[in-house]
Design a binder for this molecule. Structure first.
Ligand SMILES: [Mn+2]
Length: 447
């Protein structure tokens, strides 16, 4: 971000003034989190209307490290510096925290070890109906989830900080409203800290961890852009990584020298630890892989004679199809997940490296595949199964960004008559779900 843009943002946030109250350095991140969680739960138990004295900060439902770190950090800035009541809500059930080993690792480095007591999750609010708060701040997504907006006319979004495609919502109510490219949403959040704020070391480490995961360790010519370099340069000297760095090394940390950032031994070490944890999903079966990094969308089929509303899901899986989905597992678990979530369309997007073929980085070559399922499941409306499937395959095959080719290496033998399936290899391994989700919407909705 340009300094002028940063200043504008900082002014909009009311953060840039010299008189910004600096939090006492005794406040550790873990204490902040457990205290706010307890206070929020006490408040809504005492009187549900007290939920309206809080703003709930949420990352997206996929619950990756970026969402986790961004929501925690945004709530910290608003609570500790702006002195308003913000609580981060993790959109992952308590029992599912262990699906992402890299999150657990980064949280541990941030001093957060007792997740049940320190993180407010959707499990804490089960059975509390209606949802007790109506004011929301969204990070790492820019559309409020249906469970917080449906039948809740007074739901209000007061802040949006994101790096996904802009849906141009809440333009009147959200301030700040920053939706702009970045390798990691955590970078946008980091640039919102006042430059003179005393940021807890653990919080800087947590944000940095998210940036490193999302940008592959800030590698040059990778996903990191200027704002990620600015954020990393701000965070590194404030993080626990600085403990092992000499003052001359620290002095050379600058957004203008991105190659140096990526080459810092402690940055390399942390990136490797996190990415090893993230890619090791060998302990997870097909069912857990489908739901571990999952997003859901609702689309209206305008071209369809009865213009039905359908649900579609996109699961990102960091392992190639044949290593976990062969022998009928892929189609059986996809069908089970689609029934469980009432989906008409499911896309399984894999991302992995193949050993033996080496890319520029010296690591195995990066590849992506797609498995698509269309299902006629809902009793009340009959999807025109073949029309929908054909439309989807054609749209994907015609798209120049993803560049799909039919994948013939796997035999799916156990597909029921109510389902259509297609497997692709992705020609462009750089296109992530951020590209696939708007493409899917466009293919399914356009008339
Ligand atoms: Mn993100």
């Amino acid at each position: 971000m340009k300094p002028s843009a940063l200043r504008r943002l900082s002014t909009a946030l009311n953060l840039g003034k010299a008189s910004v109250p600096v939090p006492p350095d005794t406040s550790s991140l873990a204490t902040f989190l457990s205290t706010s969680r307890e206070k929020y739960l006490n408040d809504i138990r005492a009187s549900p209307s007290k939920g309206d004295e809080w703003t709930v900060v949420m990352g997206n439902e996929a619950g990756d490290l970026d969402s986790l770190a961004s929501s925690i950090a945004y709530a910290w800035v608003q609570s500790e510096i702006q002195k308003t009541q913000f609580i981060p809500l993790i959109q992952t059930g308590r029992d599912d925290f262990n699906l992402r080993a890299e999150n657990l690792h980064a949280l541990k480095l941030a001093g957060i070890n007792d997740l049940q007591q320190q993180l407010l999750s959707t499990s804490d609010l089960e059975g509390i109906n209606p949802f007790p708060s109506h004011t929301f701040a969204l990070v790492d997504h820019n559309r409020l989830g249906r469970s917080f907006s449906e039948h809740i006319p007074n739901a209000k979004v007061v802040a949006v900080v994101d790096h996904h495609e802009d849906e141009h919502l809440y333009e009147e109510s959200a301030d700040p409203r920053k939706v702009a490219p970045a390798g990691s949403c955590a970078s946008h959040v980091a640039t919102m800290f006042p430059k003179d704020a005393s940021v807890p070391k653990e919080l800087a480490t947590l944000l940095l961890s998210a940036i490193l995961i999302d940008t592959g360790g800030l590698v040059v010519d990778g996903k990191a852009i200027q704002v990620d370099h600015e954020a990393a340069s701000f965070l590194i000297p404030r993080s626990t990584l600085s403990d092992s760095m000499s003052s001359s090394t620290l002095g050379s940390v600058s957004p203008n020298n991105p190659r140096l950032l990526a080459d810092l031994p402690s940055v390399k070490q942390l990136s490797k630890e996190l990415s090893d944890k993230k890619t090791d999903v060998s302990h997870l079966g097909a069912w857990d892989l489908l739901r571990r990094d999952y997003k859901e969308y609702t689309y209206t089929l305008h071209w369809h004679p009865s213009t039905p509303m359908i649900k579609a899901g996109l699961a990102t899986v960091p392992s190639q199809l044949r290593s976990w989905g062969s022998g009928g597992k892929l189609e059986a678990e996809a069908q089970r997940w689609m029934e469980h979530q009432q989906l008409s369309v499911l896309g399984v997007l894999t991302t992995f490296r193949i050993s033996g073929k080496f890319g520029k980085s010296g690591k195995g070559k990066h590849r992506r595949e797609m498995a698509w399922f269309v299902r006629d499941g809902s009793d009340s409306q009959t999807l025109q199964l073949d029309d929908t499937a054909t439309r989807l395959w054609k749209g994907l095959e015609a798209n120049e960004e993803v560049q799909v080719k039919k994948h013939n290496k796997m035999n799916l033998s156990q597909v029921p008559p109510t389902m259509r399936v297609m497997l692709y290899k992705q020609g462009n391994a750089k296109a992530t779900r951020k590209a696939t989700a708007p493409l899917l919407k466009n293919i399914l909705e356009s008339a």
